[in-house]
Write a protein that binds this ligand. Structure first.
Ligand code: ATP
Length: 234
């Protein structure tokens, strides 16, 4: 579904990614793990058209998208849940969800899809008329995911969904990610919490200072001595 080939990305003179290549197959959860500053968020920024690559190719369903505008990328079926959520403060939960569907052409099914999001995240239904800024961190993460799902993505990009959340919320969010996969959406998950991210992943890649240094099935990486030593506390 997604094929990333030899991505090189710079911020000014700083090179953030070096020849990064990876693939995401239809229906998979693929996790990209790595320490702070390894380049994980940069991968997602480039995939969503928010930052341009210096060289390389991004193929989504065999179409090159590396020069496409963000709007086109969303329309083609890729939706990003950014780090730190970025829900729209001053808008209600309902309005935030409506914003997620802004670029959709098939507006006829919005009500059904909104109900579906409320089913998946009952707390959002309870709070639908509340200002999004008043939600807790975990609820904002759910809202950001619900908002992304309202665009009916084929591929959902999640940037550090566990960041800053209490363990109970993290568990819930990760269960929901697996449910989203079961219902047919492919997921690319970026996480510092390597254990969690690999435990739900079909496959994973390890990024170190902008390079892919290891890849394999989630299970294989969880059991790899290198990963254990560097990311799982021995
Ligand atoms: P984190 O978990 O901290 O977000 P990350 O793995 O997502 O880490 P990136 O944010 O992608 O890493 O950063 C990769 C590299 O690019 C780092 O060296 C970082 O300092 C640099 N970088 C990121 N954004 C910018 C920017 N806007 N300007 C300059 N350098 C940047």
């Amino acid at each position: 579904m997604l094929k990333v080939e030899n991505l090189n990305v710079h911020y000014g003179v700083i090179q953030a990614l070096h020849d990064v290549s990876f693939e995401v197959g239809e229906g998979e959860i693929v996790s990209l793990i790595g320490a702070n500053g390894a380049g994980k968020s940069t991968v997602l920024k480039v995939l969503s058209g928010l930052h341009r690559l210096t060289s390389g190719k991004i193929l989504f369903h065999d179409q090159e998208i590396q020069k496409s505008a963000t709007k086109k990328i969303v329309e083609s079926g890729i939706s990003l849940v950014p780090e730190g959520r970025h829900v729209f403060a001053g808008l209600t939960v309902l309005e935030n969800l409506e914003m997620g569907a802004y670029l959709r052409k098939d507006k006829g099914n919005l009500k059904k899809d909104m109900d579906h999001v409320y089913e998946r995240f009952p707390v959002l239904a309870e709070r639908k008329n509340q200002d999004a800024a008043t939600l807790s961190g975990g609820e904002q993460q759910m809202l950001a995911m619900g908002r992304a799902l309202m665009s009916k993505p084929k591929l959902l990009l999640l940037d550090e969904p566990s960041m800053g959340l209490a363990p109970i919320f993290i568990k819930e969010i990760f269960a929901i990610i697996q449910e989203i996969q079961k219902q047919g959406t492919t997921v690319l998950l970026i996480e510092q919490n390597a254990k969690l991210a690999l435990s739900i992943a079909n496959r994973g890649y390890v990024l170190e200072t902008g390079k892919v240094v290891l890849s394999g099935t989630g299970e294989m990486l969880l059991n790899s001595d290198e990963v254990k030593k560097a990311y799982l506390g021995g």
